[in-house]
Design a protein around this ligand. Sequence first.
Ligand code: TNX
Length: 542
Amino acid sequence: MRQHHGTACVLGSLLLIAAAGTSSSATTAGSAPASAAARTAPVPLGRVVPAPLAVEPGGPGFEITAKTRIRVGSGNADERRVGEYLAGILRPSTGYRLPVTDRDGGDGIIRLRISAEPANKALGDEGYRVISTRGSLTITSWTSTGLFHGVQTVRQQLPAAVERRTPQRGPWRIAGGTIRDMPRYAYRGSMLDVSRHFFPVDHVKRYIDQLALYKMNKLHLHLSDDQGWRIAIDSWPRLATYGGSTQVGGGPGGYYTKDQYKDIVAYAASRGLQVIPEIDTPGHTNAALASYAELNCDGVAPPLYTGTEVGFSSLCVNKDITYDFVDDVVRELAALTPGGTVHIGGDEAHSTSHEDFVTFMGKVQPLVTKYGKSVMGWHQLAGAHPVPGAVAQYWGYDRTGQAERDQVVNAARNGTKLVLSPADRSYLDHKYDKDTKLGLSWAGYVEVQRSYDWDPGTYLKGAPADAVLGVEAPLWTETLSTPAQLDYMAFPRLPGIAELGWSPAAAHDWGKYRTRLAEQAPRWDALGIGYYKSPQVPWPYR
Ligand code: TNX
């Protein structure tokens, strides 16, 4: 039997984790129901995830009432779009009309404002300011993305019941004061593996909404692997129709048509996220090799694959058609990608010699830059002459050898940027502990504290701090096939990785974080997100 990441992999039986608890009445640490006063007390200013940069509490604060209006600038389509999004969150639970308007008048306004004042520009592309006073709640930013992030903060400042989709009891108060906020890193993402198990558009949108709540800004989609090809490519149609026709365990699989994929990209963009498509090469390519015999060195197509081994497939490095194939795929993918990055994989190419791997990457990287995109690859790319502007995604763990680390560090010293996804910290597919039914554990168990308690700035010893673009939490899906299972593995670890990417290093404090994290639980209940009730976190109720 082939080894899975050097560890024999035994998949546990798949357990469906039902979306947990629907009770809205939070009880305190023991079990007594929370008092009405506790239920309606506003969330203290700044007690949100990720922790904001600067918080100055003070004053009576704002209350959303039946008279509140959401005020946007006349003719400002970006402000209006974010205003409608905010209204969409607030209307069902508050039951208020909350018109989005560009007219003056009335008291009690939520003001959304994009402006190029120096104070706003100083907050960068994603920063924002929230000012909560008795008469108004103002969110300002230089960009619509910043405004959107400000809305996420306001959402978390409101009682958790605001997330429900039926009318709830208020009051809807927001603590008084000012929040000034901007991210530590430009890259804060998660990867969803839609190849091992296929997830339809609606499931991906659900995940996008979860990422947006925590101010993540990249969704990396792992669109191809041995078990399935998930994106329609017009010039090689069998990739999707045949290569996408199954998945791990032999289910029907599936793929995104180009229109569906564009819909995902647009939905992500409306929530401040850029989609980074990955076509994994030269390994992890059985689905493509099965679809087109001519891509194989021996000209024979292998059968489709529904197991979970890795490292057995490779594109044929010495055939010209291989590069015609990659060129076509990258060209079509680039046309679907408004963002600047295409991910070409490069991990676990165990069936490709090192020499061939270097040859392959030498030919494929220019195909990406030719179509105006920058190259991203798993960190093995560091050993194969990354082109200028390339980004290497580090997925090593505590047992990753020094030589491999050195290669990544040297590339970083020579200008390659890094996204950190250490497997024993950020892998959302990993079991929390020995009792977790779902997930893998080749990098060990990843409990909530372990996933939060590290610093991306100093993690890779020797790498220049400014080489680090940010963090990404990959969600591999060999063992996961339903949204409820994704929820259970992502929560509560995902918000922690989001905080590592967003919050200043000085705010890092597990003891405080775990309390703030616990306070998110009623919100997840209201959103129907079932999560792992880690014993490391002081949940308000169990
Ligand atoms: C390693 S991380 C892989 C994936 C698996 C994952 C499971 C990486 C770049 N490759 O093929 O799905 O482990 O944890």
